[in-house]
Design a protein. Sequence first.
Lengths: 685, 251
Amino acid sequence: MQFIRKRLSSGWHTLFGDPVRAFGVVSVALLLALAIAPAKEHFSQWHSYQRHYLAMIHDRGDAVSLRRRFQPGIHQIWLPDLNVTDRCTTCHLGLNEASLADVTQQPFRKHPVVPHSLDGFGCVICHGGQGAATTVAEAHQSERAGEQPILPVRYIESGCGQCHQNALPGTPQLNLGRTMLARYGCVHCHTIARPDGTKLVATDHPPSLMHIADKTTSEWIFSWLKDPQAYAASTTMPDYKLSDTDASDISAYLVSSSTPQAGDTATRNTKSAAPADSSAGPSLYGESFCSSCHAVQNAAGNLVGGDVGPELTRIGNKVKPEWLAAWLDNPRTYDATTPMPHYRFTPQQVATLVEYLQSKSDSDYGSGVHPNLATSVQIAHGRKLIVELGCAACHGINGVQKPENFAPELSTIGSKPLAQIVFLPGMEPSLPGYIGAKIRQPRAFGTSVKMPQFTLTPAQTDAMTTALLAQTNRARSMPDSLRVAATPDTNYQPAGHAGKLITELACFSCHRVNGRGGDMAPDLTWEGSAVQRQWLTEFLHNPNTLRPSLIRRMPRFNLSDSDNKELTDYILAVYESPSIDQDLAPSTARAAEIVEHGRQLFYSRYACQSCHIADIKTDKGYIGPTLTQVGSRLTAAWTYAWLRNPQAMRPGTTEPNQNISDDDAQALTAFLMSLRGPGGHGAKL
Amino acid sequence: MMSRLTERVMFRSAELGALLALAALAGCKHSGPPVTGLKAVAAGTTIVESSGGHQVGVIGTTLKDPLVVQVNNDQGTAVPGALVEFYGPAGVTFDPATILTDSSGQATTSVTLGTIAGHYQLSAITPGKSKPASLDVVETALGYQQRLGSILADKYCNRCHDPESSPERVSNYDNLEVKPHAFTDGTTLNKMSEADLTAIILHGGPALSRSALMPPYGNTLNASDVRALVAYIRAVADPQYEPAGTVYARR
């Protein structure tokens, strides 16, 4: 004790023993204190990066101009409207320097070409991270204040999705993700609202199960529930990982609650009904272009065909023949909103197709499934499971209400604070990692999780994760002027008898009209201005293909003459373009020399034969429609308008706008109108 | 006499792949296999590519097809149970990075590309009996701009420029009198300047006294679309495109 006091007093004396010494010591202390601030800056991380940058550019040929543009100190992009305060450019000094394209050393790389400028949007809007931070760890990895660390580059398209609700050409992953959220039924259970409040709408068509017993057996339902992919590899129905008991109880409830519907099954009277033409099955299936919508697994195990309707590889295992006959006769009896057209098959055609489709079966599938007769206890348990698992969120089920908001809302999932997430061992501790794991293995998060197992490729999972990451709080606080709205389908519904026909034939499953419908076939919004009456009538009777290289084609419907006329009249009268006046078509005086001039333009100046066939003997191009009969198919007014600007007639068409002059377009129209098919080629008009 | 200033002209190659490859060779910044407990039960003398090289993917994503290599012995027969290690430039990850060849002598890994657009030289190395045998394959990563170009090429160009047909998209290549150049045809396209490629896209073949079967897209595509297409053509060129680089004058 005595010793310490002695040392202290001697130390005090050494430092402050006399006024001069005390003054010196205090001065030194003051100087040191004053040096702290500049020293801190000098030794800061960003300062060291700026020194490295200057050293890097020192030896470059363009050092002078690079150095002139370099500004020392902390840089900041401040955009109050977007809630952006980004100091990233303090260290990322070469982002805007075009000549640094060869630099691979970070943080000095040039930013790759993107549609927006850095100064207009900052960095964190797309990349995440903490814009205001000035150290690497804080800016890149920090999770403070519920913010997210830097987004891995494979999800970068989610940044675009915050403002762009429409499908951009440069963001295929985001577009796929959004399509999948709608198509895989996610939005039946989860609400996903866009920043403007509109909701993502499901585009799948989960069948109603209210009359399921008419269609199939409880054995099939059991096998299906146990493993949907085993029946149809391409199905979007997920696997609920049900036990045998649970699957059989659900199956029991569905069958017992199913009500028969008049016309759902056709009594097959072998005497009165036309007999099936066994040899005609495959060709009728082909002619009807069933494969445009339905896929079948071929011998090599590859799926061949479209994905609008269910896969038919094992259809014979599933449906009852009498139901199938009634369905093919008129699908709308069973399901009023099905995308399947009413083909108007003859009884013999129905019988032929039923026989052909029934032969598509797998004798191993569902073998050994012999459920006992269901007891009322099992049925009640089945109903309980259906309510718990939310089956009715997608399917119509008798006696079970469609649940509202069955699963958590995902409208702002992209801003979910990491502190609220329970990560599983081995899982990447980030928001994308969490969302990806939830999509891949939902049941790994606990036995009480109801979300089923989807079968998705890694690319599909990444795409869905990207689309979900775009659902951020920031997206909601963006100024309205920056939002690009989605273009959802309109609810256009044609009126009258023709409207009924269009619904029955399910035209909108493939064609688009006035913003509603599919994209498999041409948009028909202005078809009435484009085609000639006689051609349309004949085409509806017997659709011959216009593009020989396409595998998906218009099927043939057995339309009655009156229905055909009704439809033709409607299309010609209603689907007219306001910008095309048939009376103002180019001069009808198509002298031989004008036609000849048009022919020369067609073959030489505009080289249309690279994509089209005008003369079957010499031309080979088959990207665009064959034009050998275009003179009896299209109207002159449409042809002229199309030649002048194809994109104006049908946005997104691949035919380039060749900026054809008025005179040339007139001559080309004259030539094209002279092409009237094998019989009428070069015929006088 | 002409000028007292002697100009030293520096050509800078902006070829990322070359630098990356150099980086990989120098061993300064590459990703490679972690130490695993795998023990080779056999050894081969050569390593060859089975499939998965020369793919075009997108930065930061996993390539569509896995990289498959095969280890052979002196007689050219496949060696099962040989150790194969995969290496790549910084940012590339392999799953798995170290693996034993299967019963048919093949090692399969899925490759995730780095975040820089350009060419990635990957190596597969097997220890061998006396000295290690290695194989180099090159994969291409497209950035935003190049991929936009690839999407546009799919829509507007590949029907004629890609000779490969699929059931969904039949190629029109065989039907054309004057054959278009595939975008991978670096031998021809690398010699064309960006201005020439742009001109031919905007104004059609006749703009450069070439085939009129190539129509003009100047009224269909905008300037950034065309830049994206050119960037894509440069990215997939084989042999690789080496830009002349910026010429700087120095006193």
